[in-house]
Design a protein around this ligand. Sequence first.
Ligand SMILES: Cc1cc2nc3c(=O)[nH]c(=O)nc-3n(C[C@H](O)[C@H](O)[C@H](O)COP(=O)(O)OP(=O)(O)OC[C@H]3O[C@@H](n4cnc5c(N)ncnc54)[C@H](O)[C@@H]3O)c2cc1C
Length: 312
Amino acid sequence: MSILAVAELKGTELKKVSRELVSAGRKLGEPVVALLIGGTDDHAKELFAAGADVVVKNNTGDYSPEGYANIAAAVAKDKGAKVVLLPHSIRGKDFAGRLAVQLGGAVAADVVEVKGSMDEVEVKKPIYSGKAYANIKIKSPAIVTIRPNSQEIISHSGPETIEASDAAEGDVKGRLSDIEAAEGQKIQLTEAPIIVSGGRGIKGPENWPLLQELCDTIGAALGASRAAVDAGWIPHAHQVGQTGKTVSPNCYIACGISGAIQHLAGMGSSKVIVAINKDPEAPIFKVATYGLVDDLFEVVPALTKEFKSVLE
Ligand SMILES: Cc1cc2nc3c(=O)[nH]c(=O)nc-3n(C[C@H](O)[C@H](O)[C@H](O)COP(=O)(O)OP(=O)(O)OC[C@H]3O[C@@H](n4cnc5c(N)ncnc54)[C@H](O)[C@@H]3O)c2cc1C
């Protein structure tokens, strides 16, 4: 019996959410086995440090939903995995259903809290566009996709076992051949620890540099509301919300965003929310940890200047 966490890479880097998965796995039981497809021993070390007891390496190449589901199912069966944890990423979402069918299990998607045991996992997930949470109990075998940035990463030390798996991809019908980064997206929104987002209040595309300078100063990704995207001020890849990206950064700074329910659906689980808005009645203040009722064209440059003086 074990918990299986399926790690994910971005290029040559291990995605942070992979370490979150192995840490979350330890809340349910031991041993925690990490499946590393296409990764290196250095990636394995990162997984051990965050909670893995065993790392199973498989050298399959490019991603395919059938291939990853077949390999994960074979390793899950081999290791007697009662729970399989996946990132709630494009890939994780893509093959979670297939994997569940192969293991005869149920899926809980976009989970922000995990507890219970490997026989019965208790998960918490946002529903109704983030207005409420559902607490769900799932009997093993459970397949759980976890929202990036939602789990604490623990520091773990113990025996480190690396095993090789020759589980086959099987019959692959479609394969991911290439990923093109969206233009202008310096840091990936869903993985970013800090996000600075702009809405209709920024008045026009000529004002993004104001927010971008703050982003560059504090290492944040640039987000946007749908109003800004629909106005053609910024590509959709930056949109946060119900019809954009779901993010859970440590800090979300909303500039000139009113806080419509569809926007909150995408960022409501951020750990700290800072709202800068001229209107004291703006709904964003209801969810904000810190609120500044002021003109963003005054506040944002002042914040950037202050951060620069501290950080540089
Ligand atoms: C099916 C559906 C899906 C949707 N999906 C999404 C989604 O994914 N993401 C999303 O964001 N929206 C989404 N929307 C749209 C959503 O309902 C809102 O229309 C949108 O979020 C509003 O964007 P905004 O806050 O930038 O604009 P507004 O609501 O117009 O707010 C602009 C804010 O800027 C403030 N402001 C103006 N000037 C300044 C200044 N100088 N300094 C400080 N503050 C200032 C104003 O007080 C105001 O609160 C969706 C809507 C529907 C119906």
